[in-house]
Design a protein around this ligand. Structure first.
Ligand code: SF4
Length: 321
């Protein structure tokens, strides 16, 4: 691909990044490290509300979304680390079978089996053309004759290596979508229409699918924008036979830390991270998040529940947050 490849003598990644925050950010985003996931990274953690366990095929994402949640969860320069020891990572999973505490203990979702989320710290489809890790993981779950589900969500659309796989119905792909009016916050990702097209192709290939509507942004005109988005999704999926469709609804939120990081990476962004219409929510880990206030949340939630019931009656809403 004509890129520079640097082999390191040891396992420390010393980056010579410029002092200027934006240039350092751009260089880091353009850096991909092929590394070995150590045992500490291979121990799985629960990941509410999506899945019983988080499984990481990579950490970091090359896209430049100005509301990316990774700004708050990954520390340091935003390089992407992809894991080389995929077989070792996957070999850990059978030990977690039947031990989930999130979806496995939910009356509504226990039928999904033990669930493993691969999109917590990365967008695995963004990296698939470089690594093949996602297709390898899907094929691995396809061979795992157990009550399990691999889950991933993506703002990308190149599913050419996925739709022919023997997936066994044990992988659910969700498209992470927002109205095209907010596309300027998601530079470098696939157009939303392409994501919906990819989702449709995956459904036709027998995969269970889903929509991750995230982050939901209550900017002026949100009702019309999301109305159109839900309508587009319904039109793309209308004739899919035996459609197995879920919806996850995640409102925009940020911490003081993630806001500071995002503002240094995207100065002057039109993304509203002000205090108006927001309230502080304390998490069970003692940290604080800025979320929409109760009145805005109520209006958003009511709207989404009504519109999804009308336009996508086959869909199951998994959670609202
Ligand atoms: S595609 Fe997802 S993970 Fe990647 S930068 Fe955008 S929001 Fe973050």
């Amino acid at each position: 691909m004509g890129v520079d490849i640097v082999e390191l003598a040891g396992d420390r990644l010393l980056l010579d990044l410029p002092d200027d925050a934006r240039r350092a950010y751009a260089e880091a985003k353009a850096t991909l490290a092929l590394v070995v996931a150590p045992p500490s990274k291979r121990r799985l953690q629960p990941i509410a509300p999506s899945a019983d366990w988080r499984v990481d095929l990579a950490e970091g994402c090359p896209a430049p979304c100005s509301y990316c949640y990774l700004a708050g969860s990954l520390k340091g320069p935003p390089i992407t680390r992809v894991y080389a020891n995929l077989e070792e990572i996957l070999a850990e999973l059978p030990a977690y079978l039947g031990k989930g505490t999130i979806t496995s203990r939910s009356a509504k979702r226990a039928h999904e089996g033990t669930t493993f989320e691969a999109s917590c710290y990365t967008d695995p489809l963004a990296l698939e053309p470089l690594t093949g890790s996602l297709s390898a993981a899907i094929a691995w779950f396809g061979r795992w004759e157990a009550d399990v589900q691999l889950r991933f969500t993506s703002k990308f659309a190149d599913i050419s290596s996925l739709h022919g796989l023997a997936h066994g119905g044990r992988t659910r792909m969700r498209a992470s979508v927002n109205p095209s009016a907010f596309a300027r916050f998601e530079g470098g990702t696939a157009p939303v229409a392409a994501r919906l097209g990819a989702l449709r192709e995956m459904a036709l290939a027998g995969y269970p699918i889903g929509l991750t509507i995230a982050p939901i942004i209550a900017a002026p005109g949100w009702e019309e924008a999301y109305e159109a988005l839900i309508g587009d999704a319904a039109a793309r999926l209308a004739d899919v036979p035996a459609l197995d469709l879920t919806v996850e609804l995640i409102t925009h939120r940020f911490t003081a830390g993630s806001k500071a990081v995002l503002e240094s990476w995207y100065p002057g962004s039109a993304l509203d991270m002000g205090e108006r219409g927001r309230t502080i929510k304390r998490t069970k880990f003692g940290t604080e998040k800025s979320v929409y206030d109760a009145e805005t949340m109520k209006a958003l939630r009511g709207f989404f529940e009504r519109r999804i019931a009308d336009a996508l009656p086959a869909a199951r809403i998994l959670y609202w947050t």
